[in-house]
Design a protein around this ligand. Sequence first.
Ligand code: NAD
Ligand code: LMR
Length: 332
Amino acid sequence: MAKDPVRVLVTGAAGQIGYALVPMIARGVMLGADQPVILHMLDIPPAAEALNGVKMELVDAAFPLLKGVVATTDAVEACTGVNVAVMVGGFPRKEGMERKDVMSKNVSIYKSQASALEKHAAPNCKVLVVANPANTNALILKEFAPSIPEKNITCLTRLDHNRALGQVSERLSVQVSDVKNVIIWGNHSSTQYPDVNHATVKTPAGDKPVRELVADDAWLNGEFITTVQQRGAAIIKARKLSSALSAASSACDHIRDWVLGTQEGTFVSMGVYSDGSYNVPAGLIYSFPVTCKNGEWSIVQGLPIDEFSRKKLDLTAEELSEEKALAYSCLN
Ligand code: NAD
Ligand code: LMR
């Protein structure tokens, strides 16, 4: 029997990530090849015509799984009945800016859209915040939508996770699909800590630690980390626009794994509400290694954290605490 359609909201749908993301969703990349979807697309009035153009293209592409499209500039209409909300709407950073520089423009959007989601989304709606500063926007959304369970509000660090997989695969000349269990800790910013201490590569002789195969701690503790931390800026420098296809694809990975589950023995990185695990202060949206089952994520517990890593986990937590304070000062 055919499944009922799932309603997926994409805010900022007329923007560049939106343009890459909506066809992926309509093709089943996010929720599966047998899952019909109804797309809800929100943008602001100056982008209404462009949004309508995206809607026309979705119709023209004749996606078999796409059972309807709502394209609107009204947040209430956009949020009504949605089961998944991918929050991309906002302002991207430009060359020379840090992600927190877009703070004052973006956090106020997340405060106001929190209440539209809280009042009008379907019960148990899963929320993924992509717009920067992603962790702090997600935290503001959580704080101003108190009736949405905190487990349902997440932010995107899967792009950083995928970037880390990509760097290891390039360095070792192995398939990216054979590398697993890298971790992004903390903020989706240049203080994030890409950690390979638990990562492995599938080889004919079984899974081998990335550290053993790379055999170059100076690279793993230096250039590898900074490359992943700075990759967003490198894309902006090269494209004069921030990453879009990789962000859209990673957003699909994030929701797919959350809804359909992670593979046995594999963990992924998600920005989630911290419960104090790994001595990260509770009450931040912080990227952790997680596994997902039955539509719920759980933080992977008990991984040993060495002194080098501890400092990096703390540094990015400190930045998130500062961002939280700054966000509140922007809202006041
Ligand atoms: P973009 O400027 O191309 O598109 C953003 C869209 O949001 C525009 O169409 C704009 O009109 C719309 N918008 C603005 N205010 C809105 C509001 N209140 N409600 C609904 N829509 C609104 O930008 P983009 O390149 O698509 O990037 C979007 C965001 O995603 C940026 O903040 C960017 O920094 C961030 N980003 C995050 C990641 C990540 O990994 N977390 C990766 C890439 C980009
Ligand atoms: C990215 O990581 O590519 C995005 O967050 C865009 C940016 O501002 O770096």
